[in-house]
Ligand binder design. Structure first.
Ligand SMILES: Nc1ncnc2c1ncn2[C@@H]1O[C@H](COP(=O)(O)OP(=O)(O)OP(=O)(O)O)[C@@H](O)[C@H]1O
Ligand SMILES: [Mg+2]
Length: 444
């Protein structure tokens, strides 16, 4: 019965897995979720109803279709009551089977789509968006939940890609301001004068191009939260103005003399060592004190490696929901990711998983689907985070090219010739290996 059913569904193009009993089926579901589970009710030792209940516990999105013998409709009803999506009475026709499975799949897709939407919503808000169960992450989220409800100014510190913006959004989401706007502004993205008029607004004619009076982001964020990202990337003059606004709780639009009261909670972030910036007189100490009422430190990923599998699965699930073909992570791939230091932190992991999912042709993502870059050590000698053959080859190529570049620094044509490769190949390799003309490693 199982073999025929599987064969029929495969001939319809479905990806079918078979299990010879309840335990085996549960095992298969934990390994990889299924859109549809088709099970008989009368089975030993685990009966179909128990399997149904357990399957829905571990994989609630799975649509279950139960098969019952003619005349035992009560058990089918019981199954529906316990969450089965549909039932089939045996014997059934080929067309009927395909039709029911197709309906169940449609429903599974719909649920995924809805979840994707609502999932996005939670992702943008609240603590649910912060994936990670390491003690470092739990410390962070615990502290976050405690400080969020107050109106205290929060300074978020952490390396690039660690999730500072997510943390800022969570602070807002867990505050009484959650219904009001969350307004992010990135200080490093715009010039000083633009930044001023962005934040504080400007009067008509305040400067060339100011054709209209404009409200600043402080005003836009009224009642809500203003997220000042990369706050250390500002000039002292700007810092002075920002400090005044934070102290007075009012802004003055550029080119206007009257002040406007604003009720804004400020959250700031930096990926620099802000204390050092203060010590080196690049960041105003008084502004630092003003911002640093509460500090939230977001730990780098290498200090919470136990979060890597969870995060990788999370990003893969997201990629799968968008893709026509779902992938899963092989244990080897996870091992490889665990050996890596992630200088680009969570963002780098996110990119790696998305790329691997987009490029891989097979269901399972393997170690080689994750090309990891090198992690430079403090003394500058490149170490291999995970030494695969590809890494070793890269290393040899990098040495050879760097050597040739040193000998004839300004003549890439000669360099290519020495190495017996075409100039385009040379250029491509240099780019990939992070080499610049002159042999220096490109820090980007
Ligand atoms: N704990 C986490 N759970 C899920 N996703 C995360 C987590 N941390 C970071 N991310 C994701 O990683 C990416 C980078 O996060 P984010 O932009 O918040 O980092 P950042 O610290 O602000 O980086 P930068 O300093 O470069 O601006 C985002 O896509 C974010 O959704
Ligand atoms: Mg950021």
């Amino acid at each position: 019965m199982r073999a025929t059913t599987a064969m029929l569904l495969r001939s319809e193009g479905y990806d079918v897995r078979e299990a010879g009993g309840g335990e085996e089926a549960l095992g298969a579901l934990t390994e990889r979720e299924a859109d549809v589970l088709l099970t008989d009710l009368k089975m030993e030792p685990m009966d179909g109803l128990t399997l149904l209940t357990k399957a829905l516990e571990s994989a609630p999105k799975t649509q279950v279709i139960v098969m019952t013998a003619y005349g035992s409709i009560e058990s089918a009803v019981e199954a529906m009551r316990r969450g089965a999506y549909d039932y089939l009475t045996k014997p059934f026709k080929e067309g009927e089977l395909a039709h029911r499975v197709q309906k169940a799949l449609e429903r599974a897709r719909l649920i995924n789509a809805v979840e994707l939407l609502t999932g996005d919503f939670t992702r943008r808000h609240g603590l649910a968006s912060l994936v990670g169960r390491s003690s470092a992450m739990r410390d962070l989220t615990g502290r976050l939940a405690r400080v969020a409800p107050s109106d205290a100014t929060v300074l978020i510190q952490g390396e690039s890609g660690t999730g500072k913006e997510l943390v800022a959004r969570a602070v807002h989401a867990l505050s009484r301001r959650t219904e009001k706007p969350f307004v992010p502004v990135n200080c490093s993205a715009i010039t000083e004068s633009l930044l001023e008029s962005e934040l504080f607004g400007h009067a008509r004619g305040a400067f060339t191009g100011a054709v209209k009076t404009r409200r600043g982001l402080f005003e836009e964020a009224d009642g809500g939260t203003l997220f000042i990202d990369e706050v250390t990337e500002t000039t002292q003059a700007f810092q002075t103005k920002l400090l005044r606004v934070l102290q007075d709780g009012e802004v003055r639009r550029v080119g206007e003399s009257a002040s406007i009261k604003v009720d804004v909670r400020t959250v700031a972030a930096t990926n620099r060592d802000i204390e050092k910036e203060v010590a080196d007189k690049r960041f105003r100490q008084d502004l630092y004190y003003r911002l640093n009422v509460v500090t939230l430190r977001v730990p780098p990923l290498r200090e919470r490696k136990e979060d890597i599998p969870l995060l990788a699965e999370h990003f893969l699930e997201r990629a799968n929901a968008r893709a026509s073909r779902p992938h899963r992570l092989s244990p080897g791939a996870i091992d490889r990711l665990m050996t890596y230091d992630f200088p680009g932190n969570v963002r780098e992991l996110e990119n790696l998983v998305e790329q691997a999912a987009a490029l891989s042709e097979s269901d399972e993502l393997l170690p080689e689907d994750f090309p990891l870059r090198r992690t430079p050590t403090p003394d500058g000698s490149p170490t291999v985070a995970a030494a695969t053959l590809a890494d070793v080859v890269d290393d040899a190529e990098r040495k050879a090219i760097a050597g040739a570049l040193e000998r004839t620094p300004d003549d890439l044509g000669r360099v290519a010739e020495t190495l017996a490769i075409s100039p385009t190949t040379l250029w491509r390799k240099m780019k990939r290996l992070g080499l610049r003309n002159g042999g220096a490693e490109d820090p980007s």
